[in-house]
Write a protein that binds this ligand. Sequence first.
Ligand SMILES: *Cc1c(COP(=O)(O)O)cnc(C)c1O
Length: 362
Amino acid sequence: MKKYNFNAGPSILPAEVIRQTADAVLDFQGEGLSLLEISHRAKYFQPVVDEAVALMKELLRIPDGYSVIFLGGGASLQFCMVPFNLLEKKAAYLNTGVWAKKALKEAKGFGEAVEVASSADANFTFIPTDYEVPQDADYFHITTNNTIYGTELSDSKLADIYKKKGQVTLVADMSSDILSRPIDVSKYGIIYGGAQKNLAPAGVTFVIIKNDILGKVSRHIPTMLDYRTHIDGGSLFNTPPVLPIYSAMLTLRWLKQNGGVEAAEKRNIEKAATLYDCIDHSKIFVGTAKEEDRSRMNLCFVLKPEYQDLQDDFFKFASEKGMVGVKGHRSVGGFRASLYNAMDIEGVRALVECIKEYERKL
Ligand SMILES: *Cc1c(COP(=O)(O)O)cnc(C)c1O
């Protein structure tokens, strides 16, 4: 039976990326060596990093003056690397979910960390707008897509943030919506994310960084935690996660062949609309996120109160139809379907058909 992978992360990758990664594990570019056993410094691997960086710059139209680096440690390490490198006195955070809150918690160890607004009281079902960004902050941190709660900063909310931030450096965790739509990189000081949602298997983190925001804090930064080390070392200061970087490069090639982020956005709009339309017309399900803040990447829905006892039954039914990873995160409950770039419209239609079939047989 065909399986449809709706996991939130690690998550679906294009089938050809998985196949080509597997090929390279067996024989890297016809060299008679596995990707797993080549030197990261050899002539073999430098071109892979170079191509991945070049494709990130091209696809996201990253302006001059920015670097792209690949690191270990996940997005979670960035929660502390960002304040380590940028926080001298004060930082501001928009609290839109568990990941945002974890980032804020780390910053508190380095200076004053202000929560400008939070939707915690509403279980993060919406993105707050009623706040100001303190203009004496060293940076303002946002999470563009809240993987767990299925909310995302729309283009109009982002435009509002660009206004609100004034001259303050903007830092964004884009773990779960990077490359899903065009983004104006010039508005940001740092964009980072774990690659295992939309780009690569687990094990690599991407960081896009404006070079001239660095070097302004007075504390000592350990070598490995200093962005400048990895910019100067071209992501090869120490042994990088070779396999996930290789897969990331393949995913970027795939994305380029398929029309880049602009075309991906069109597909993502159609995919999300298809599933939301089904949920909005459902007899038994209801979406959890406020409509204007709904994510295109992670779609959360729960059973209406009168149908709560169908939880396990629907999950079993969906599993039997090949739907994988549709259980909601424990802090929201219900169901969540993640529609990352590699999920095609056929997969979404299959899930819609599964929901409709289940409702028909009730
Ligand atoms: C998954 C996720 C993280 C955590 O990523 P790790 O690479 O596991 O540390 C952080 N932020 C967001 C928005 C995420 O979706």
